[in-house]
Write a protein that binds this ligand. Structure first.
Ligand SMILES: Nc1nc2c(ncn2[C@@H]2O[C@H](COP(=O)(O)OP(=O)(O)O)[C@@H](O)[C@H]2O)c(=O)[nH]1
Ligand SMILES: [Mg+2]
Length: 358
């Protein structure tokens, strides 16, 4: 299936003046062959360029980006993908700065990416913020890229997933994806990483309330951050609490819980050792492959659903029919089941006529 086949869906309603824009930008796209070769050579500007294409809303750029991803696919998959989630202020950027620096010291090349579907930018709260990752930002062996923008969370996350592949092809072998728990973002990041880490603040007794449903099932490792100074005792207590809580949940999985100060490089080293141990185990047991296989299927389903939504919302007739059916359901004029049947038939009709119109 060619991704380009569906570009007309978004072209129709999202970018009415796309033709002009595409013409203006056409010249500025370096040939895909050249960009791919340079990227595989580890050229950072080619990597940035390719990511920009993947993130673009212009169909022409998207097509070029998709083509690059297709070409570099054989050179991907050989990194350890680590997801980090936690509320703002939990210390994610500080921790990632330490984590990345430790990895660079061990000879790895580290890429830090972010998924932030909230769309809140330029407030100093940008994920993947270089000002918080001062040590890492200076390193030649590190690449930091903030969250792509966009209003469809699945779309935002998919771009990051493709960016992971581009980074791997460019030689980055430790990929860190940061997110805040907005909407579905945790599910998305969990679905693109090998190890999903929950970074927690030392809670004040209400640990469970602060935890979104499902996060305990998703986390592969829980770190209680800021275990230093006045918060040391509180952090240790929280760690104990979580170890117990995991038992109550009856979790069959081994989820390590550690109190940590991200300001202490020695403690970061310990965490890195533990992460690497898990990575080795995942690889040798075959779990890594299984997990990534499941993720591939998740993204297939997710991307298809997303395309379907785009189609449904992009067709004004369908939008109208759907809305009036909903009103009829509420006023008791039609059952939800009959309404779904009616809408299905309208959908099939639209699909057929859009095929004919091409
Ligand atoms: N005492 C202490 N402060 C920390 C620690 N980790 C982060 N911080 C501080 O917590 C604040 C928020 O950290 P930041 O990394 O920006 O959090 P993020 O929003 O999750 O990325 C900053 O002032 C950090 O210096 C830690 O382990 N101990
Ligand atoms: Mg941050």
């Amino acid at each position: 299936l060619n991704k380009n086949d569906d570009s007309r869906v978004s072209r129709g309603h999202l970018h009415p003046r796309i033709g002009n824009q595409a013409a203006r930008y056409r010249k500025s796209i370096p040939p895909v062959e050249e960009l791919t070769a340079r990227l595989l050579d580890g050229d950072r500007s080619a990597l940035s360029r390719a990511i920009t294409l993947v993130e673009s809303t212009l169909p022409e750029h998207q097509a070029a980006g998709a083509e690059i991803v297709r070409r570099i696919l054989p050179y991907t998959g050989r990194s350890f993908r680590i997801g980090i989630t936690g509320v703002p202020g939990a210390g994610k950027s500080t921790f990632i700065d330490g984590l990345g620096t430790a990895y660079v010291r061990r000879g790895h090349r580290v890429a830090v990416l972010a998924v932030d579907p909230s769309g809140v930018r330029n407030k100093g709260s940008i994920l993947g913020d270089k000002t918080r990752m001062t040590r890492l930002a200076k390193s030649d062996a590190a690449f930091i890229r903030p969250s792509p923008s966009g209003n469809r969370p699945g779309g935002v996350a998919r771009k990051t997933r493709e960016t992971i592949l581009l980074c791997e092809a460019a030689g980055f072998d430790r990929i860190v994806v940061e997110t805040v728990g907005v909407g579905q973002s945790e599910i998305y990041v969990h679905s693109m990483t090998d190890l999903f880490v929950l970074l927690k603040l030392p809670g004040a007794g209400d640990e469970l309330q602060g935890i979104k449903r499902g996060i305990m099932e998703m986390a592969d490792m829980i770190l209680i951050n800021k275990a230093d100074g006045d918060l040391l005792d509180e952090a240790r207590r929280a760690a104990g609490f979580f170890r117990n809580a995991l038992q109550w949940f009856g979790s069959a999985r081994q989820v390590p819980v550690t109190a940590l100060s991200s300001l202490d490089p020695t403690q970061i080293e310990d965490v890195v050792n533990r992460m690497e141990e898990i990575y080795r185990r995942l690889k040798t047991s075959g779990e890594l492959k299984q997990r990534r296989d499941r993720q591939q299927i998740f993204w297939f389903d997710e991307t298809f659903r997303d395309k379907l939504d785009l189609f449904l919302n992009g067709d004004s007739r369908l939008r109208h029919i759907r809305q009036s059916l909903k009103e009829k359901i509420i006023s008791g004029k039609i059952t939800p089941f009959d309404a779904a049947e009616t809408f299905w038939n309208a959908f099939i009709e639209s699909l057929a006529s859009s095929r004919k119109g091409r």
